[in-house]
Design a protein around this ligand. Structure first.
Ligand SMILES: *[C@@H]1O[C@H](CO)[C@@H](O)[C@H](O)[C@H]1NC(C)=O
Ligand SMILES: *[C@@H]1O[C@H](CO)[C@@H](O)[C@H](O)[C@H]1NC(C)=O
Ligand SMILES: *[C@@H]1O[C@H](CO)[C@@H](O)[C@H](O)[C@H]1NC(C)=O
Ligand SMILES: *[C@@H]1O[C@H](CO)[C@@H](O)[C@H](O)[C@H]1NC(C)=O
Ligand SMILES: *[C@@H]1O[C@H](CO)[C@@H](O)[C@H](O)[C@H]1NC(C)=O
Length: 485
């Protein structure tokens, strides 16, 4: 029965919606939401600093410079040998990451560490060409991971040379998500500067040929199964229920979801399905055990909350209405939303624009779903992905560059990297889940979502994340002071 309905749903989807690219594959959008401000706890404080950086670290024609922002806290630092914890900023405002990375603040006193949060170029205030940074591809040409890491390396050198006491400090990089990838890659590229790296929820293998393209959505499904199997089955049917409203009943979708803009065309409908797939991915990413305001303000275990609306077998419009209720829980938990804005799975800001460009140049992350019940078929097809990039950003992506430049799966020549992954997090599918050597250590956090371990400690923390943080600290002590200290 389940299979028959599933097939019917897919059949309907294929018959009705064959034309839209958005429906055939999804480009990952950066989920970070700069509109959400989380203040740093009042006992912590940082200073905002700027460093002059070359716009181009790798060529000699362009001699322009820009101001990179970084945040520093010496509140807990022992300037006679205390280490430097260096956050490798990702695609957004660095103050946002600083305020959401409580682990570094909680851990600094124990290590007497200096905290540095370095902003990634082209994000926040670190704009190589000011407000023109996104004007065209000439301006954007210096938005690459290599350039950003060269900024980080120069900044580490600069701090060691200029801050009294820092010269003898060891540096440990830390980061989550793309920032976690940069943290790990810093140890690969600059082991002279970086003693070790904590790479939290870093999908360094979510690239061509390194991980199956379907892993992301398989983990999303697994996380929704923690809600209930019924929830997953309902979602599976909902795609067909929604597409069957085309062409005459699209109005029902607009009203039921309270969308800001009406669903009127086939393209709107396929955008809706695409958007929902993204929303489910984000919901799994932030499936935290306590109320948190990371991508959206949410209750504890938002996936279970969502699934409460879908715990009975439902069909047709009743099913769609239940999905809409769950979606409103996600976007309207605070009761502030006057309508549901479909362009806001993504952040719609400069940050997302920047990631859109990065995803169309270096960060090609194949994503597909052909092996889950929960999702409709999402294909991975590099040539149509590339064509869309050419159309939207005027650039052709390099499918294999990341695998080549950052050693692909064969990173065993590296050392001193901790790869932590929450198993509820869809990105864990592209992460390093098994230790590769005694100094390339994988830590799995079964009840963790997207870099839960980097968040500040919370009374709602499950035992496995508390243990993971302890293990991370033990490993870092081992790097810094030798075994048994
Ligand atoms: C970070 O915290 C500081 C101090 O509480 C606050 O002033 C600032 O607005 C916060 N920034 C963001 C992006 O949340
Ligand atoms: C790119 O934008 C900058 C800033 O607006 C402008 O000065 C430059 O002429 C543009 N270059 C091209 C090739 O369009
Ligand atoms: C959000 O919640 C508030 C309070 O319950 C409600 O008045 C409003 O209509 C909701 N917004 C949407 C888009 O459903
Ligand atoms: C929807 O979100 C986009 C991107 O943030 C924004 O530009 C637009 O104004 C929003 N629309 C409404 C009706 O709130
Ligand atoms: C899923 O699709 C990918 C490419 O889109 C393909 O490589 C893989 O074999 C497919 N898996 C299944 C189970 O069909």
């Amino acid at each position: 029965m389940v299979d028959a309905l599933k097939l019917l749903a897919l059949f309907l989807a294929l018959v009705y919606l064959p034309s839209s690219d958005a429906f055939r594959y999804r480009k990952f959008r950066s989920p970070y939401n700069p509109k959400l401000r989380n203040a740093l706890p009042s006992e912590f404080s940082y200073k905002t600093m700027y460093m002059t950086q070359n716009v181009d670290h790798f060529g000699f024609d362009n001699t322009q410079t820009y101001q990179q922002r970084y945040l520093v806290s010496n509140q807990f630092w022992n300037d006679d040998g205390g280490p430097i914890f260096f956050y490798t900023g990702n695609e957004g405002d660095i103050a946002w990451f600083c305020n959401n990375t409580g682990f570094m603040w909680d851990t600094a006193p124990e290590f007497k560490a200096l905290l540095v949060f370095a902003e990634h170029r082209y994000y926040g205030e670190s704009l190589p060409y000011g407000k023109d940074s996104y004007a065209n591809n000439t301006m954007l040409n210096y938005l690459t991971a290599e350039q950003a890491m060269a900024d980080f390396a120069e900044l580490i050198k600069f701090i060691k040379q200029t801050v009294p006491g820092a010269a003898k400090s060891q540096v440990i990089t830390m980061g989550g998500s793309y920032g976690g990838m940069l943290s790990a890659w810093m140890r690969l590229k600059y082991p002279n500067l970086v003693l070790g790296s904590l790479a939290a929820s870093a999908p360094i293998w979510q690239f061509e040929g390194l991980a199956p393209c379907g892993s992301f959505y398989e983990v999303v499904q697994r996380t929704f199964q923690t809600g209930s199997q019924q929830c997953v089955d309902n979602i599976a049917y909902s795609w067909g229920a929604m597409t069957s409203l085309w062409p005459v009943e699209l109005d029902f979708l607009t009203k039921t979801f309270d969308f800001c803009k009406p669903i009127e065309s086939k393209d709107d409908l396929s955008n809706l399905l695409d958007w929902l797939a993204g929303v489910y991915g984000n919901m799994a990413m932030v499936d935290y055990p306590y109320p948190a305001s990371f991508l959206e303000p949410l209750p504890a275990w938002p996936v279970k909350e969502f699934c409460k609306h879908l715990s009975e077998p439902l069909k047709d419009k009743a099913l769609i209405a239940a999905v809409a209720e769950g979606v409103k829980m996600y976007f309207n938990y605070t009761g502030q939303a006057s309508c549901i804005n479909m362009s806001e799975e993504a952040t719609g800001n400069l940050g997302d624009q920047g990631w859109g460009y990065q995803a169309c140049t270096e960060m090609v992350m194949p994503m597909c779903s052909n092996n889950t019940n929960m999702f409709y078929n999402i294909d991975w097809d590099f040539s149509s992905y590339a064509a869309t990039c050419k159309y939207e950003h005027g650039v052709m992506p390099r499918e294999n560059w990341i695998s080549l430049n950052y050693w692909g799966k064969d990173i065993k020549a590296a050392s001193n990297i901790i790869f932590s992954n929450g198993l509820l997090d869809p990105w864990s599918g592209g992460g390093v889940l098994e230790s590769l050597s005694p100094s390339l250590v994988a830590i799995q956090i079964p009840s963790g979502a997207h870099h839960l371990d980097l968040r500040g400690k919370n009374p709602g923390d499950p035992a496995d994340v508390i243990a993971a943080r302890q293990q991370e600290k033990n490993i870092m002590k081992n790097w810094l002071y030798g075994p048994g200290r």
